[in-house]
Write a new protein. Sequence first.
Length: 183
Amino acid sequence: MELTALHWIYVSFICIIIALMIWRKDTSLACMVGIFLLAITATGSLPLSISTIFKSFVYAIAELLPTILVISIIVSMSKLLTTTGMNEVMIAPFAKFIRTPTLAYWTIGILMMVISWFFWPSPAVALLGAVLLPVAVRVGLPALGVTYDGDSTRQRIAVFFLIILMYAIGVFYKSKNKNAIVR
Protein backbone atom coordinates (compact mmCIF):
# COMPACT_ATOMS: atom_id res chain seq x y z
CA MET A 1 0.00 0.00 0.00
CA GLU A 2 1.31 3.41 -0.91
CA LEU A 3 1.10 6.39 1.41
CA THR A 4 -0.79 9.24 -0.22
CA ALA A 5 -1.12 12.92 0.57
CA LEU A 6 -4.23 12.12 2.65
CA HIS A 7 -2.16 9.90 4.91
CA TRP A 8 0.52 12.56 5.42
CA ILE A 9 -2.05 15.29 6.11
CA TYR A 10 -3.79 13.05 8.62
CA VAL A 11 -0.57 12.16 10.46
CA SER A 12 0.54 15.80 10.44
CA PHE A 13 -2.68 17.02 11.98
CA ILE A 14 -2.72 14.25 14.57
CA CYS A 15 0.76 15.39 15.64
CA ILE A 16 -0.36 19.04 15.65
CA ILE A 17 -3.43 18.20 17.75
CA ILE A 18 -1.39 16.17 20.23
CA ALA A 19 1.14 19.02 20.51
CA LEU A 20 -1.65 21.53 21.11
CA MET A 21 -3.12 19.29 23.81
CA ILE A 22 0.29 19.00 25.49
CA TRP A 23 0.63 22.81 25.42
CA ARG A 24 -2.96 23.09 26.73
CA LYS A 25 -4.11 25.14 23.76
CA ASP A 26 -7.44 25.00 21.97
CA THR A 27 -7.51 22.35 19.23
CA SER A 28 -10.83 23.23 17.59
CA LEU A 29 -9.38 25.36 14.80
CA ALA A 30 -6.61 22.86 14.06
CA CYS A 31 -9.17 20.05 13.75
CA MET A 32 -11.41 22.05 11.43
CA VAL A 33 -8.44 23.04 9.25
CA GLY A 34 -7.36 19.39 9.19
CA ILE A 35 -10.80 18.24 8.08
CA PHE A 36 -10.88 20.95 5.42
CA LEU A 37 -7.43 20.05 4.06
CA LEU A 38 -8.34 16.37 3.97
CA ALA A 39 -11.57 17.18 2.16
CA ILE A 40 -9.96 19.50 -0.39
CA THR A 41 -7.21 16.95 -1.06
CA ALA A 42 -9.68 14.10 -1.47
CA THR A 43 -12.32 15.90 -3.52
CA GLY A 44 -10.61 18.87 -5.16
CA SER A 45 -13.80 20.85 -4.67
CA LEU A 46 -13.95 23.90 -2.41
CA PRO A 47 -17.77 23.87 -1.86
CA LEU A 48 -17.76 20.14 -1.16
CA SER A 49 -14.84 20.58 1.25
CA ILE A 50 -16.63 23.28 3.20
CA SER A 51 -19.80 21.21 3.40
CA THR A 52 -17.73 18.25 4.58
CA ILE A 53 -16.82 20.13 7.74
CA PHE A 54 -20.49 20.52 8.63
CA LYS A 55 -21.32 16.95 7.59
CA SER A 56 -18.56 15.67 9.85
CA PHE A 57 -20.04 17.63 12.77
CA VAL A 58 -23.47 16.11 12.15
CA TYR A 59 -22.02 12.62 11.79
CA ALA A 60 -19.95 12.94 14.97
CA ILE A 61 -22.91 14.23 16.97
CA ALA A 62 -25.06 11.35 15.74
CA GLU A 63 -22.39 8.86 16.79
CA LEU A 64 -21.37 10.48 20.08
CA LEU A 65 -24.68 11.73 21.47
CA PRO A 66 -25.50 8.51 23.38
CA THR A 67 -22.04 8.59 24.98
CA ILE A 68 -22.38 12.26 25.90
CA LEU A 69 -25.78 11.51 27.42
CA VAL A 70 -24.40 8.66 29.54
CA ILE A 71 -21.50 10.82 30.74
CA SER A 72 -23.85 13.65 31.72
CA ILE A 73 -26.07 11.22 33.63
CA ILE A 74 -23.05 9.81 35.48
CA VAL A 75 -21.85 13.29 36.42
CA SER A 76 -25.28 14.37 37.62
CA MET A 77 -25.77 11.16 39.66
CA SER A 78 -22.32 11.58 41.20
CA LYS A 79 -23.04 15.21 42.16
CA LEU A 80 -26.41 14.19 43.60
CA LEU A 81 -24.76 11.51 45.74
CA THR A 82 -22.17 13.99 46.99
CA THR A 83 -24.75 16.70 47.72
CA THR A 84 -26.99 14.36 49.70
CA GLY A 85 -24.08 12.65 51.47
CA MET A 86 -25.12 9.24 50.20
CA ASN A 87 -21.68 8.61 48.70
CA GLU A 88 -20.22 8.34 52.23
CA VAL A 89 -22.88 5.78 53.19
CA MET A 90 -22.33 3.79 49.99
CA ILE A 91 -18.56 3.59 50.35
CA ALA A 92 -18.49 2.88 54.09
CA PRO A 93 -18.27 -0.94 53.66
CA PHE A 94 -15.41 -0.61 51.16
CA ALA A 95 -13.59 2.11 53.11
CA LYS A 96 -12.68 -0.53 55.71
CA PHE A 97 -10.67 -2.43 53.09
CA ILE A 98 -9.08 0.59 51.44
CA ARG A 99 -6.20 1.48 53.76
CA THR A 100 -3.27 1.92 51.32
CA PRO A 101 -2.93 3.23 47.77
CA THR A 102 -2.24 -0.31 46.51
CA LEU A 103 -5.38 -1.67 48.16
CA ALA A 104 -7.36 1.29 46.79
CA TYR A 105 -6.16 0.58 43.27
CA TRP A 106 -6.95 -3.14 43.39
CA THR A 107 -10.24 -2.82 45.30
CA ILE A 108 -11.67 -0.23 42.90
CA GLY A 109 -10.35 -2.12 39.87
CA ILE A 110 -11.77 -5.49 40.95
CA LEU A 111 -15.14 -3.99 41.94
CA MET A 112 -15.45 -2.20 38.60
CA MET A 113 -14.45 -5.39 36.75
CA VAL A 114 -17.02 -7.53 38.58
CA ILE A 115 -19.79 -4.99 38.00
CA SER A 116 -18.87 -4.74 34.32
CA TRP A 117 -19.23 -8.50 33.95
CA PHE A 118 -22.89 -8.31 34.92
CA PHE A 119 -24.08 -4.81 34.04
CA TRP A 120 -22.02 -3.70 31.04
CA PRO A 121 -22.76 -1.36 29.31
CA SER A 122 -23.93 0.57 32.28
CA PRO A 123 -23.19 3.89 33.95
CA ALA A 124 -22.96 1.90 37.19
CA VAL A 125 -19.34 0.97 36.46
CA ALA A 126 -18.15 4.54 36.00
CA LEU A 127 -20.33 5.80 38.83
CA LEU A 128 -18.78 3.26 41.20
CA GLY A 129 -15.31 4.47 40.25
CA ALA A 130 -16.35 8.08 40.75
CA VAL A 131 -17.93 7.33 44.13
CA LEU A 132 -14.91 5.39 45.42
CA LEU A 133 -12.40 7.94 44.13
CA PRO A 134 -12.51 10.22 47.24
CA VAL A 135 -11.64 7.26 49.50
CA ALA A 136 -8.75 6.31 47.22
CA VAL A 137 -7.43 9.87 47.18
CA ARG A 138 -7.72 10.07 50.99
CA VAL A 139 -5.39 7.07 51.40
CA GLY A 140 -2.86 8.51 48.94
CA LEU A 141 -3.74 7.13 45.51
CA PRO A 142 -3.25 9.89 42.91
CA ALA A 143 -6.41 10.79 41.02
CA LEU A 144 -4.48 10.56 37.70
CA GLY A 145 -6.50 13.25 36.00
CA VAL A 146 -9.89 11.81 36.91
CA THR A 147 -10.89 14.99 38.70
CA TYR A 148 -11.15 18.20 36.73
CA ASP A 149 -10.26 21.70 37.89
CA GLY A 150 -12.84 23.37 35.68
CA ASP A 151 -10.70 23.00 32.56
CA SER A 152 -12.40 19.87 31.26
CA THR A 153 -14.51 21.55 28.57
CA ARG A 154 -11.46 22.22 26.44
CA GLN A 155 -10.37 18.60 26.79
CA ARG A 156 -13.81 17.31 25.79
CA ILE A 157 -13.88 19.63 22.77
CA ALA A 158 -10.41 18.48 21.74
CA VAL A 159 -11.42 14.82 21.89
CA PHE A 160 -14.64 15.62 20.02
CA PHE A 161 -12.79 17.27 17.14
CA LEU A 162 -10.13 14.56 17.09
CA ILE A 163 -12.87 11.96 16.64
CA ILE A 164 -14.43 14.06 13.87
CA LEU A 165 -11.04 14.16 12.15
CA MET A 166 -10.78 10.38 12.36
CA TYR A 167 -14.27 9.92 10.91
CA ALA A 168 -13.42 12.29 8.06
CA ILE A 169 -10.38 10.18 7.20
CA GLY A 170 -12.50 7.03 7.26
CA VAL A 171 -15.15 8.57 4.99
CA PHE A 172 -12.59 9.77 2.46
CA TYR A 173 -10.63 6.54 2.55
CA LYS A 174 -13.78 4.55 1.79
CA SER A 175 -14.84 6.95 -0.95
CA LYS A 176 -11.43 6.85 -2.63
CA ASN A 177 -11.54 3.07 -2.72
CA LYS A 178 -15.03 3.10 -4.22
CA ASN A 179 -14.16 5.97 -6.60
CA ALA A 180 -17.23 7.83 -5.38
CA ILE A 181 -17.88 10.45 -2.75
CA VAL A 182 -19.99 9.31 0.19
CA ARG A 183 -22.79 11.82 0.67
